[in-house]
Design a protein around this ligand. Structure first.
Ligand code: HEM
Length: 492
């Protein structure tokens, strides 16, 4: 009996050392990666990476290892790039090599490499080029979409007027309006603000954004190998996305029922036409899975980012009332109190333009993961094909070489001595290189029109004195989630 017990312990020890050895071999076989903290077997750099504020963990590691270093998320190495030079050298200088999408386990579970955001290789090229063409056909960056945005803003202003200066939580107002702009391209029409299906959709989109940036999801992205088998909160995002996929599938059915290839009404119709044209091909990327997931990608990407920037932007303006006052002066001077703001006004409004750039800079996102598409030599290291790379956009947007006061809110970062708008090459909230945001033109238009139209009509009143407004993000994940707040919008 004793002998049997000793034998079992011996076997367990052998298994334990075998697992450690396997993990060690896995960690050490990977090319010649940049230096970084020593990982633990299986757990990687769990001691150095704090889910919930991963960007702060990276900042600390940068001090020790320099702008290019490696961390292990479990047994998966990730090369982290910090600051303008390193990120530009990779995403622009070696654009092809760094154009792969890195692993996002929490989303991969639902998307399985489909849809423009997570796709790689030929699938990504085809879907990206299709999305760009269709968004342009529906007016992205042109007058027709400007009109749509202006119309949607007028509905929002009406809602703000109804509040009559009482305190409101702006999140829902903003996301309803912004979501309607992309919805009219994807689904051919806007939703009524009280439409129950729309409200449910928005609630799920918002919840998914919060979940995506939550510590649970960050933990899952790091340790999906183990966590995919465990019950718990990290599974919530999966169920939410599955529900959202069902919603898009139901919209596709509606389009199919009234499908007229001669007269496409929206993005879904255009995709259906392609599916129809390529149905006899041996292989095509124009299938139902890519249709549903790409539509969902566009819905998420266009809603969270723009409404989140407006939401955070208003908080920053309340913290800095002197900045709001100067924008209003410019609005009065260039647009006046009655005319609807238009994108043509932007060149005549350098201060407002600079403030919007500064808002985007200060709320700097972490950025999306990339991966290398082939074995890649970079700064004397060798990154084997498929290695994940995190270009930290936040570190570029706060690079002290390019921004005088990186941690302050200082619109003068984008103004010259004469008060003219001044470009800055390290301004990369939309990223750079081949994966650059494909909705940038539309997003820039939206930000300008929303900020100017709202400030033309209302002044922002915080519920606490500006000095007491806390602008620290509630959560820092792929994006920065601002603290929850209420404000009063007082008609001018
Ligand atoms: C303030 C607004 C926005 C910001 C700050 C923003 C930022 C970004 C960033 C940082 C990326 C990742 C790029 C990379 O992988 O390096 C991205 C990707 C993307 N964005 Fe945006 N975005 C915004 C609005 C929009 C809008 C309005 C749309 C759609 C009309 C959109 C669609 C996309 C898509 C589809 C991708 C994936 C591109 C790819 O993987 O090839 N975004 N965006």
């Amino acid at each position: 009996m004793e002998l049997e017990g000793a034998f079992t312990i011996f076997l367990e020890l052998c298994l334990f050392f075998l697992l450690i050895f396997t993990a060690w071999v896995q960690i050490n076989k990977k090319g010649n990666l940049p230096p970084g903290p020593t990982p633990l077997p299986f757990l990687g750099n769990v001691l150095q990476l704090h889910a919930g504020n991963i960007s702060q963990s990276f900042t600390k590691l940068r001090v020790k290892y320099g702008p290019v270093f490696t961390v292990y998320m479990g047994s998966r190495p990730v090369v982290v790039l910090c600051g303008h030079e390193a990120v530009k050298e990779a995403l622009v200088g070696q654009a092809d090599e760094f154009s792969g999408r890195g692993k996002m386990a929490s989303l991969e579970r639902s998307f399985q490499g489909h849809g423009v955001v997570l796709a790689n290789g030929e699938r990504w090229r085809i879907l990206r080029s299709f999305c760009l063409t269709i968004l342009r056909d529906f007016g992205m960056g042109r007058r027709s979409i400007e009109k749509r945005i202006q119309e949607e803003i007028s509905f929002l202003l009406e809602e703000f007027h109804k509040a009559n200066g009482a305190p409101i939580k702006p999140t829902f107002f903003l996301s309803r309006s912004v979501c309607n702009v992309i919805s009219s391209i994807l689904f051919g029409s806007r939703f009524d603000y009280e439409d129950k299906q729309f409200l449910k959709l928005l609630q799920m989109i918002n919840e998914r954004f919060t979940e995506m940036n939550s510590p649970w999801t960050q933990l899952y992205d790091m340790y999906s190998g183990i966590m995919q088998y465990l019950p718990g909160r990290h599974n919530r995002i999966y169920y939410l996305i599955e529900e959202l996929k069902d919603f898009i599938a139901s919209r596709v059915k509606i389009n199919e029922a009234s499908f007229d290839p001669e007269n496409p009404q929206d993005f879904i119709d255009c995709f259906l036409i392609k599916m129809h044209q390529e149905k006899n091909k041996a292989y095509t990327e124009f299938n139902l899975k890519n249709l549903i997931i790409t539509t969902l990608n566009l819905l998420f990407a266009a809603t969270d980012s723009v409404s989140g920037t407006l939401y955070y932007g208003f908080l920053l303006l309340m913290k800095h009332p002197e900045v709001e006052a100067k924008i209003c002066e410019e609005i009065n001077h260039v647009i006046g109190p009655h005319r609807v703001p238009s994108v043509d006004d932007r060149v005549k409004m350098p201060y407002t333009d600079a403030v919007i750039h500064e808002i985007q800079r200060v709320i700097a996102p972490l950025g999306y993961p990339h991966s290398v598409t082939r074995d890649t030599h970079f700064r004397g290291y060798l990154l084997p094909k498929g290695t994940d790379v995190f270009p930290l956009l936040g570190s570029v947007l706060k690079d002290p070489k390019y921004f005088r006061y990186p941690d302050a809110f200082y619109p003068q970062h984008f103004l010259d001595e004469q008060g003219h708008f001044k470009k800055n090459e390290a301004f990369v909230p939309f990223s750079s290189g081949k994966r650059i945001c494909l909705g940038e033109a539309m997003a820039r238009m939206e930000l300008f029109l929303y900020f100017t139209s709202i400030l033309q009509n209302f002044s922002l009143r915080p519920l606490v004195p500006p000095a007491d407004i806390d602008i620290t993000p509630k959560i820092s994940g792929f994006g920065n989630i601002p603290p929850t707040y209420e404000l009063c919008l007082v008609a001018r």
